[in-house]
Design a protein around this ligand. Structure first.
Ligand SMILES: NC(=O)c1ccc[n+]([C@@H]2O[C@H](COP(=O)([O-])OP(=O)(O)OC[C@H]3O[C@@H](n4cnc5c(N)ncnc54)[C@H](O)[C@@H]3O)[C@@H](O)[C@H]2O)c1
Length: 246
């Protein structure tokens, strides 16, 4: 599946799923703008892409700040051109009992996990409309589909991402832009390993009995970004080892 000539933005591309998605899109031919709070990690991802013969830049910034997004879009335009593939991947995934979730924690999570994708879509849809072609892939979570203990704020934010995806899909369906969401199950990343949970124990509760690999998510994203997927929009493509069957 070729993405040659396309410019992709991947938020949260310094590690984990964002890095795997960046490498896969670049491997398929896209020039990739890797965004993250961690410039060091974003630079590392961009260097990995360049070492394999691809084209990439790294942008430091908060993917939920309109000012940072505007700066990163400008840099991406200058270095690579108009953005036609947007992967909203950056998010926080904290665990907290409902009693301990404060209003501040709720607001912060909604700002990063839900308002961030909203702002990034606002900033990059104009490029896609001008090109008459665009792909938006929002990374949500199987926790929003199944429910999950100690994740009320996270699950609500990711449920919002699924709703945002479906509404934008319908709004832009006649204008060349597809909007889809990939909700991962348990995927072995730095982020999940840092969480106060027994990852392997958790993963054993899925039908496949094991965690997924970042490459599994990247493959689904690359497919949705491809030309071949141009009649798929508003879809929720679960990659979850059978954890949730829709
Ligand atoms: N790993 C899993 O099992 C799993 C399961 C379900 C959903 N997800 C979702 O997949 C995505 C990636 O998860 P991961 O496990 O790779 O996470 P991770 O914590 O390993 O990596 C997240 C990256 O996003 C960056 N980031 C966080 N907030 C940011 C912001 N405001 N602006 C810019 N960058 C920011 C971090 O610096 C980090 O590099 C998230 O949306 C997460 O909710 C992951």
């Amino acid at each position: 599946m070729s993405l040659t000539g396309k410019v992709a933005v991947v938020t949260g591309g310094a590690r984990g799923l964002g890095r795997a998605i960046s490498l896969k899109l670049a491997g398929d031919g896209a020039a990739v703008s890797v965004w993250d709070l961690s410039l060091e990690g974003a630079l590392e991802t961009a260097a990995m892409i360049e070492q394999s013969g691809g084209q990439a830049i790294a942008c430091e910034g908060d993917a939920s700040s309109a000012a940072d997004i505007a700066q990163a879009v400008d840099r991406t335009h200058e270095a690579l051109g108009a953005v036609t593939v947007l992967v909203n991947n950056a998010a926080l995934s904290p665990f907290s009992s409902f009693e301990d979730i404060t209003e501040e924690m709720w607001d912060r999570l909604m700002a990063i996990n839900l308002k961030g994708p909203f702002l990034c879509c606002k900033a990059m849809i104009p490029d896609m409309l001008a090109e008459g072609w665009g792909r938006i892939i929002n990374i949500s979570s199987s926790s929003a589909q199944t429910g999950a203990r100690a994740m009320a704020h996270y699950g609500a934010s990711k449920g919002g991402v699924i709703g945002l995806t479906k509404c934008l899909a319908q709004e832009y369906a006649t204008r060349g832009i597809t909007v889809n969401t990939v909700p991962p199950g348990f995927v072995d990343t730095e982020g999940l390993r840092e969480a106060p949970v027994n990852v392997d124990g958790f993963a054993r509760t899925t039908p496949m009995g094991r965690p997924g690999k970042p490459a599994n998510i990247a493959a689904a994203v690359a497919f949705l970004a491809s030309e071949e997927a141009d009649y798929i929009t508003g879809h929720t493509l679960g990659v979850n080892g059978g954890r949730y069957c829709n």
